[in-house]
Ligand binder design. Structure first.
Ligand code: PEP
Ligand code: MN
Length: 337
């Protein structure tokens, strides 16, 4: 249950409501987002108490949600959430494509890629500067200098930036350079990180863990929403299956399922989802046909020379083809690009 307070209530009125919760032993978590002050009821609340809450002067409405995740659920909000980044709308009618290298490697590399990403018709430049690598001897990313290159490249091309944050201790520095925080698959359940990002108002692209259920993904998003940050984008990036021929199995069921369960925008990453450059275009088309609100794609000026994830990087020419094909699919499903 979510209790939404009226705007402009006095401190006294709010305290009376809190006293009511205390007396009735109703456990709540307060949430303050850009629009509303709310209380999420975490425990049980009987019919009688519910009536009293509903008629309390401070309360605007009470929304019943019969899911473990409350703020992410469709019962809480039935209209689709649109995240606004200046003139860019994420989750609206228009499909948004984010693209760029797996890792920022050099200033020249990211500048070249950024230009190609813009020309292809994408709106957001991706690139990792803090990389989650399987082996500790693998390239770990350029760190802050990589963020500088990324931001500057995006500025020149008038693109927004998305980059990964792995550690609470890096949030402050990454925030200076990015428009969207990416939480990678391996950190989907890094709860201290999610809670900290919930305190900010910058959008968070939350990738599904390769092991995670849909419910676990939605509950992870709830940690961010509960902090008052409503700007969460969910991202399907493939799961571990018995199939050895692809790096992961891109689970497009997730898109259709999540569309019914949540109002949050849903993105798909066909690069990690397949691990194979020659499958990325096909799975991009399929993702948009399934109802995804956007894509995040790995591209490189010289794909085979990518320092990380070379097998799945597509060329800028291929990216242009991809965008043109996805544009046609977008129109067929009542979207635009
Ligand atoms: C990435 O985007 O480069 C990445 C590491 O993604 P994921 O967390 O989905 O593996
Ligand atoms: Mn990658």
């Amino acid at each position: 249950m979510v209790i939404i307070l009226k705007n402009n209530i006095s401190n006294n009125q709010e305290n009376n409501l809190r006293t009511l919760f205390r007396n009735k032993k109703i456990d709540v978590i307060p949430v303050l987002n850009r629009k509303n002050k709310m209380f999420v009821v975490t425990g049980r609340c009987g019919e009688m108490a519910m009536k009293e809450i509903e008629s309390n002067k401070a309360v605007s409405s009470v929304i019943k949600v019969n899911r473990a995740y409350k703020l992410a659920s469709k019962s809480f909000k039935n209209s689709r959430s649109v995240i606004k980044l200046n003139e860019l709308n994420i989750g609206g009618k228009e499909i948004v494509i984010m693209a760029g290298p797996c890792s920022v490697e050099t200033k020249l590399q990211i500048n070249h890629i950024s230009e190609g990403v813009k020309l292809a018709g994408c709106k957001v430049l991706r690139g990792g500067a803090f990389k989650p690598r399987t082996g500790p001897y693998d390239f770990q990313g350029l760190g802050e200098i990589g963020l500088k290159y990324l931001k500057e490249a995006a500025r020149i091309s008038s693109l927004k930036v998305v980059t990964e944050v792995m550690d609470v201790r890096d949030i402050e520095i990454i925030e200076k350079y990015t428009d969207i925080f990416q939480v990678g698959a391996r950190n989907m359940q890094n709860y201290p990180l999610l809670k900290e990002l919930g305190k900010l108002r910058k959008p968070v692209l939350l990738k599904r863990g390769m092991w995670a259920t849909y419910k676990e993904l939605l509950l992870a998003s709830e940690y961010i929403l509960l902090g008052g940050n409503e700007n969460v984008i969910l991202c399907e990036r493939g799961i571990r299956t018995h199939v050895p021929e692809t790096r992961f199995t891109l689970d497009l069921n997730a898109v259709a399922y999540l569309k019914h369960e949540t109002h949050l925008p849903i993105f798909v990453d066909p690069s990690h989802g397949t691990g194979r450059a020659n499958m990325v275009r096909a799975m991009s088309r399929a993702a948009i046909a399934a109802g995804a609100d956007g894509l995040i794609i790995e591209t490189h000026i010289d794909p085979r020379k990518s320092i990380s994830d070379a097998d799945q990087a597509i060329s800028l020419q291929e990216l242009t083809k991809l965008v043109n094909e996805v544009r046609l699919i977008s129109l067929a499903v009542g979207r635009s690009l």
